[in-house]
Ligand binder design. Structure first.
Ligand SMILES: Nc1ncnc2c1ncn2[C@@H]1O[C@H](COP(=O)(O)OP(=O)(O)OP(=O)(O)O)[C@@H](O)[C@H]1O
Ligand SMILES: [Mg+2]
Length: 221
């Protein structure tokens, strides 16, 4: 049985406006099921770029990504389908949050899963409680602090019960209490069978909370 949730084979990536420079150069790596794997590296090493390639927001210039043994095809319908199984929390909550109110933001993605209203309300309430942001549920999202926005972004993804969660710098903007809160939530989700990939430039945090590390340096793993 394949115990890899994501396999990356010989992946290279360069941005359109700088095609000469490989941000990721012939990367091969894998990510185990029901583990927390941390992608670590310095600022600008390409962690976010790698996350975007895995989730299909960017298309590799070369190489392949496999999800559950199946090669990811970078076409709209295929990507829409796998995004029901893979949740992605972006590094910047401002890029992620697009609804005007907190509760709406969390309920929106759930509505796309064709759940009924009661189920959406229950899952939304649970996610708000988990992140300790229930008091913010009727707040306009654009008034929130960065830490609060990050929690809303994480709650909106966690509510969906994805098979794989990819979180780009999940503790950025968070105070020490909320850092622990988020990492403990991820640990609990792992124990319940969710596979988790986090990207972080905090090696101490990665060592403490992850089962495996994938380290990027100078475009290589
Ligand atoms: N749209 C873009 N066009 C050109 N270069 C880009 C683009 N986005 C990112 N880059 C460059 O790609 C490199 C990797 O960026 P990336 O955001 O993946 O790094 P990171 O490891 O996530 O950094 P951080 O720790 O600061 O989050 C950087 O040098 C960055 O300037
Ligand atoms: Mg980044």
């Amino acid at each position: 049985m394949n115990n890899k949730i994501i396999e990356i084979k010989n992946l290279s990536f360069s941005y359109q406006n700088d095609k000469e420079k490989n941000i990721l150069d012939n990367i091969t790596a894998d990510f185990s099921k029901e583990h927390i794997t941390a992608i670590v590296g310095k600022n600008a090493s390409g962690k976010s770029t790698l996350c975007f390639n895995i989730i299909g927001l960017l298309k590799p210039s070369r190489g392949e990504v496999y999800f559950n043994g199946e090669r990811i095809i970078y076409k709209k319908n295929y990507l829409n389908n796998i995004r029901k199984k893979i949740g992605f929390v972006m590094q910047s909550p401002d890029t992620q949050i697009f609804c005007s109110h907190v509760k709406q933001e969390i309920a929106f993605s759930l509505a796309n899963l064709n759940l009924d209203k009661d189920e959406i309300d229950t899952k939304t309430g649970k996610a708000l409680e988990m992140l300790e942001i229930a008091h913010l549920k009727n707040h306009p999202a654009h008034y929130l602090s960065y830490g609060e926005k990050k929690c809303v972004a994480i709650a909106s993804v966690i509510a969906m019960d994805h098979e794989l969660l990819i979180l780009d710098e999940p503790t950025e903007f968070l105070d020490s209490h909320r850092k622990d809160l988020v990492l403990n939530i991820l640990n609990d989700l792992k124990k319940k069978g969710t596979s988790i990939i986090i990207s972080t430039n905090n090696l101490d945090l990665a060592n403490k909370y992850s089962d495996r590390l994938v380290s990027i340096d100078k475009a290589k793993v």
